[in-house]
Design a protein around this ligand. Structure first.
Ligand code: F3S
Length: 649
């Protein structure tokens, strides 16, 4: 039987296990990336493990989430990250140089390689045929030290693209269509592999818009085969020699198939406040728009902003709408500036912003209360924009530009008809991506050779080995789809404490219950209870690290999001799955006790646990590999890795 593209890359990197769905496999990692909010812990853990040098082909440290320097905290972190990259041999991308995924795809992403990144949109270079997976920071630390990355072999789903996109439909509409069909849970436990005749009609950057936002489907990763489009992009970024052809075999077998006829697509939009709340733009046309933002790792490339510039050339944006363009990389900004497009956009009324995550996580450009903001981003979770009563819509750059002109949501096809001289700008790649590289410091050019820790850099908290008696109060009961933004909000005022866990922990779940952190510390142990898809969203390991610091011993949920579930193991918190009936029977404040001898049960492979709630007994499941059980029992991955190192002498 032939192999899928995913199987070919995995086979090439396999160090343990077999490529059978559901089996745990260990794979070698070629490249790692980390950004500033997850990176400080990555390097503190790297230091705590006593490792001296990065072992992967490429390790890259980006500064994109918290780039504004309000006081010493972010600046201290940036200086620490630069010093860690220099000390241990990683590339360092300075604050303002761009969003990790954009800078990575321009400089390092390569077909056939494996990439592990401590950011949930790490799958972006799947559009170039790289197998790229988002993980918790500690997984990245361990991979950077040369150890394999372990993962349960996902199902491989073929997404067959037929036809060609019609005018005004874009790559963003392809992924919005998949979200409309499959929902934010539709990709959980799956790798989406794109095939079919429609693939060759999409440029590599368009493919990367699709693979970037496969994360919103919950997919482990998404990947395209490589072809002339891939080679063409690599040549334009000056790395044509890194091209390799990788295609699935003709007789490859997939676990499932989805067919999308590109010719049937039209401009789509995700309504507040979930990326899968998708409808045709025409259905919500006429809604006044107060803010439009073009940018983010999904649609912040040169080729995403050029169409906006072309649509705005010689026009004015609506007086009632604030329009912001924030490119994904400084290279894109520089090229657009040199070609005169920045001036064109400014003349049209655009506010041009720094290349950073910024507004995507509520840092700057926070919308007015209860107003409509149209963004080309990938997420619109309630409150993520920086205010609770936000109304964030997600769309393509073309739909965003149309709204900026009209001052209301409008199908660009209708606007084109109304204006008479507005044409679909199409997709155009520059002959050469030729921005300066002054903000990317290679290990050879490192300016530091020892760690520099300012007062905002704390120690890494550790957890004791798991005990036999685990009991405590249900400290908080939550609904379905609790995101990592709910657990630790990513806003500026909070995330600037990312390297100071005791302080950051004060904000844990404050968006659900602002007394939680205090109650948890006082209780010194206890449980979280949640519905389906607990921990969806980002790879933020602080969403497990802070609850661990507060003494949380277990989470009882109907289901868990993949990366967050791994993070719970990594920080020694027991993730138990419960059914709906058990969920309904637990109230906040109930006393919960795991009846089994927990350490023994976890290490002996026991799957079913008895949980006593107010005297009644229920069954909860621990679905875990042997390795995950060992990590949990040791008190988390840091302790486990150290134990392993000691055992091997
Ligand atoms: Fe940054 Fe938003 Fe992407 S936070 S990495 S632009 S999802």
């Amino acid at each position: 039987m032939g192999q899928t593209l995913t199987e070919k890359i995995l086979d090439d990197h396999l160090v343990e296990g077999e490529l059978e769905t559901g089996e745990e496999i260990g794979i070698e990692i070629d490249q790692v990336l980390t950004q500033d909010t997850t990176g400080t812990m990555v390097w503190l853990q790297f230091e705590a493990m006593g490792l001296d040098e990065v072992q992967t082909e490429i390790a890259a440290q980006y500064c994109d989430h918290q780039t504004y320097q309000f006081d010493f905290k972010n600046t201290d972190d940036h200086r620490f990250l630069r010093s860690a990259a220099g000390t241990y041999g990683a590339h360092f991308s300075r604050p303002g140089n761009g969003i990790c995924h954009n800078v990575h795809r321009e400089n390092f992403a390569a077909p056939g390689k494996t990439l592990l990144g401590s950011d949930s949109h790490t799958p972006t270079p799947g559009g170039l045929g790289e197998l790229a997976i988002g993980a918790g920071g500690i997984d990245v630390t361990v991979a950077m030290g040369g150890a394999p990355y372990y993962i349960e072999m996902p199902e491989i789903v073929e997404v067959r693209l037929e036809g060609e996109l019609p005018e005004w439909a874009t790559a963003k509409d392809v992924i919005l269509e998949l979200l409309r069909r499959l929902s934010v849970k539709g990709g959980v436990g799956k790798i989406l592999e794109y095939t079919g005749p429609g693939v060759e009609t999409l440029t590599a950057p368009e493919r990367m818009t699709i693979t970037n936002m496969g994360t919103e489907l919950g997919a482990t990763t998404s990947i395209f085969p490589t072809d002339e489009q891939t080679e063409d992009y690599l040549e334009r970024v000056g790395r044509g020699d890194e091209y390799v052809e990788i295609q699935p075999d003709d007789d490859a077998e997939y676990d499932d198939e989805i067919v999308v006829d590109l010719a049937d697509l039209e401009p789509l939009i995700a309504q507040p406040s979930m990326p899968d709340n998708v409808v045709p733009v025409s259905e919500v046309a006429g809604e006044d728009v107060q803010q439009v933002i073009v940018g983010s790792c999904t649609n912040g490339g040169y080729e995403d902003i050029l169409p906006v510039a072309k649509m705005l050339e010689g026009r004015e944006t609506s007086m009632e709408t604030e329009t912001i363009v924030a490119p994904g990389s400084k290279q894109a900004s520089e090229m657009l500036a040199r070609e005169g497009w920045v001036a064109e956009m400014m003349a049209a009324g655009v506010n041009f912003s720094e290349a950073t995550c910024g507004a995507c996580i509520g840092i700057g450009h926070v919308p007015a209360s209860d107003s409509v903001s149209l963004r080309t981003f990938n997420r619109n979770f309630e409150g993520r924009s920086g205010i609770e009563d936000d109304n964030v819509y997600l769309c393509s750059p073309e739909v965003a530009a149309a709204a900026a002109i009209k001052g209301e949501i409008v199908d660009p096809r209708d606007l084109a008809e109304e204006l008479g001289d507005l044409e679909d700008p199409g997709v155009e790649l520059p002959d050469e991506y030729d921005g300066s590289k002054t903000d990317l410091i290679s290990p050879d050019e490192a300016v530091d050779d020892e760690l520099i820790k300012g007062p905002n850099i704390g120690d890494v908290p550790l957890k004791d080995q798991l005990g036999d008696d685990v009991a405590g109060e249900a400290l908080l009961k939550m609904e379905d789809n609790i995101t990592t933004d709910h657990i630790i909000p990513a806003t500026q005022d909070i995330l600037m404490y990312r390297s100071n866990v005791p302080k950051l922990s004060e904000f844990t779940l404050s968006r659900v219950d602002d007394t939680f952190a205090e109650r948890a510390l006082e209780a010194d142990g206890g449980f979280l209870v949640a519905g389906e898809n607990y921990g969806q969203g980002s790879s933020r390991e602080h969403a497990a690290l802070c609850p661990m610091y507060l003494g949380i011993e277990g989470v009882l949920a109907q289901s868990f999001a993949r990366i967050h579930r791994a993070n719970l193991f990594n920080f020694g918190i027991v993730p138990l799955t419960i059914d709906e009936d058990t969920y309904e029977n637990i109230d906040q404040g109930d006393e919960i006790e795991i009846v089994d001898d927990v350490y023994d049960a976890v290490t002996s492979g026991q799957e079913e646990f008895t949980v006593r709630v107010n005297g009644d007994e229920y069954t909860a499941t621990l679905d875990a590999s042997e390795r995950e059980r060992d990590i949990l029992a040791a008190g988390g991955k840091l302790a486990w890795t150290k134990d392993q190192a000691e055992e091997s002498g």
